[in-house]
Ligand binder design. Sequence first.
Ligand SMILES: Nc1ncnc2c1ncn2[C@@H]1O[C@H](COP(=O)(O)OP(=O)(O)OP(=O)(O)O)[C@@H](O)[C@H]1O
Ligand SMILES: [Mg+2]
Length: 227
Amino acid sequence: MIQLKAVSKSYSQKNRVLDQVNLDIKKGEFVYLLGGTGAGKTTLFKLIATEELPSTGELSVFGYSARNSSEATLQAIRRSIGYIPQKVSLISDFTVFENVALSLSYGGSRLLKQEARQKIYELLDRLQLLHRKDALARELSGGETQRVAVARALARQPELLIADEPTGAQDFQHTWTVMDLLLRANVHGMTVIVATHDRDIVRRVRKRCLLLQNGKLTSEESALWSR
Ligand SMILES: Nc1ncnc2c1ncn2[C@@H]1O[C@H](COP(=O)(O)OP(=O)(O)OP(=O)(O)O)[C@@H](O)[C@H]1O
Ligand SMILES: [Mg+2]
């Protein structure tokens, strides 16, 4: 589903953020992306989401080359990806419900079919946000804002979910509210990649781990879990 061959990314001549990265993620996998701050996790996600191009190397998503595909193909790829960004931005004068509904691109929440509305309510409920559905985005706490971004990314039931520190603003209880939802989506066939600093998550829910260090991507072995 995602393939990187010798992908490097630099923002300046001195600084090579990703260095000859090779990666193969299959449909239906659940993968953690680990690495210290500044290691390049968000950069790698932006490449996979086709928001940025590699400096060198080949990247393909859903079998399409990021470099050689038409704009229409890239747009179709992006529509099939749910992205929970590290820096969440919602539309501040829209409600929680409207922010999630917008991602369904039905041309405004008033036109949403009852079934779609129901789906959003269900998601908000699972994320313990249903009581906030009519609150304006600018009135939300950091944790609530992040959970709206989780709902927004999942609402369209994307084939691939990219979650950049999706629990970074959550307390212990809500961390597991979010994780449960991501794991449930994965059980239903969604491919999920999660960047996290939270070793507790990685220890409790054991999945394939990728580690970014000094621009290089390696697979982490189980030694990590005993730390
Ligand atoms: N648009 C950009 N222009 C210049 N440098 C950038 C840009 N984006 C990222 N960088 C640099 O690339 C490196 C990797 O950044 P990135 O955001 O991918 O790290 P990260 O692993 O996501 O870190 P964190 O855990 O703090 O989110 C950093 O040194 C950062 O300063
Ligand atoms: Mg980051």
